[in-house]
Design a protein. Structure first.
Length: 248
């Protein structure tokens, strides 16, 4: 079985009798779907403008305890943000080092939050390549509050966004993009023989082309998940720096 334990992801434990109710008002998914039999979901936390603060796998432990997988670069910011809205709720927050996020084929979106440590038999670079190929984005300190859920095609992932559960943070913008707006941008998987180091890509004319969400350089090839500023009609683009990027 293909298995990888993430080293850059921490597990944030939210506990207390108000846990599910509190998080339900802040996250895009319907956490009432979580049970002992369906114990994991993928969700987004967004600011008032609908920009994503964190993408998390949510693991159900019991009705008063949920675990969130959070990139180490944004976990302190997320905790501060949650505490700001949790002042009058009976909830507590702590890093639980006894659990970890693992990549495991066959699980929900090929991921699970597990207790204890796991032996990895695949590299982080290969896992990133597979996540990018599946258009599964990760939010870190480099892309914090940059993207709307629609730009990352989160509607295409099971139960990530609920439009019927009522209000939550950023819901007005997220719902408007879903029901009324025509998204002109495009999420695409690109590759290049060069290790692309720039996040804001420009075309050969120096005009803004796309923004890199995640990328990895493996097997002498750079794989990128990018958001084009408008529909990407071509299969190949030349960047201002001279590198060629190609749709996968």
């Amino acid at each position: 079985m293909t298995n990888y334990q993430y080293k850059n992801i921490q597990i944030l434990q939210v506990s207390g009798i108000d846990t599910k109710k509190f998080l339900q008002g802040l996250t895009t998914a319907d956490l009432n779907l979580l049970t002992e039999n369906k114990d994991i979901l993928f969700t987004a936390f967004a600011n008032l403008k609908g920009r994503i603060i964190s993408l998390c796998f949510v693991k159900f432990i019991d009705d008063n305890t949920l675990l969130l997988s959070v990139d180490e670069g944004v976990v302190e910011g997320l905790i501060s943000w949650l505490k700001k809205y949790g002042m009058f709720s009976k909830v507590s927050f702590e890093i639980n080092a006894g659990y970890s996020l693992v990549y495991r084929e066959g699980c929900f979106l090929n991921h699970d939050v597990v207790k204890g440590s796991e032996q990895s038999n695949i590299s982080f670079e290969e896992v990133q390549k597979r996540n990018i190929a599946n258009k599964l984005a990760f939010i870190n300190s480099g892309n914090f509050e940059k993207f709307l859920p629609a730009e990352l095609e989160l509607d295409n992932l099971e139960n990530v966004i609920c439009y019927t559960k009522g209000c939550y943070m950023g819901q007005e913008v997220i719902a408007r993009m879903h029901y009324k707006a025509k998204l002109k941008k495009e999420l695409a998987v690109m590759s290049s023989s060069n290790d692309i180091q720039i996040q804001d890509l420009k075309n050969s004319d120096g005009k803004p082309l796309a923004v890199v969400v995640n990328k990895v350089f493996v097997d002498s090839e750079c794989y990128m998940l990018v958001v084009f500023h408008k529909e990407a009609v071509d299969s190949q683009y030349k960047l201002e720096s001279g590198e060629i990027i190609t749709k996968c």
